[in-house]
Design a protein. Structure first.
Length: 81
């Protein structure tokens, strides 16, 4: 695991092996991810929790919310085109 890095608004980007984890990214964060040759984003939040359209940045994007608004586990996964 690497020391946390700052990529745009995400102030806690951590690498574990070939995976990167972060707090809420912004467009700058995702552009940095592209510059580092990352190609996939998996957002674990409920769509009601984020304010902008992350899938417009150009990375493959999946929204797989771990919990729904009523805090129950959500087993569904949807690829956002």
């Amino acid at each position: 695991m690497c020391e946390p890095q700052v990529w745009g608004r995400a102030s806690n980007v951590v690498r574990v092996g070939h995976l990167f984890f972060s707090d809420q990214p912004d467009a700058v964060t995702l552009n940095i991810a592209q510059e580092k040759s990352l190609s996939l984003v998996i957002n674990l939040q409920d769509p009601a929790e984020f304010q902008w359209n992350e899938k417009t940045v150009g990375l493959d994007y999946y929204n797989i919310p771990l919990f729904t608004q009523d805090n129950s586990l959500n087993p569904r996964a949807n690829k956002q085109a």
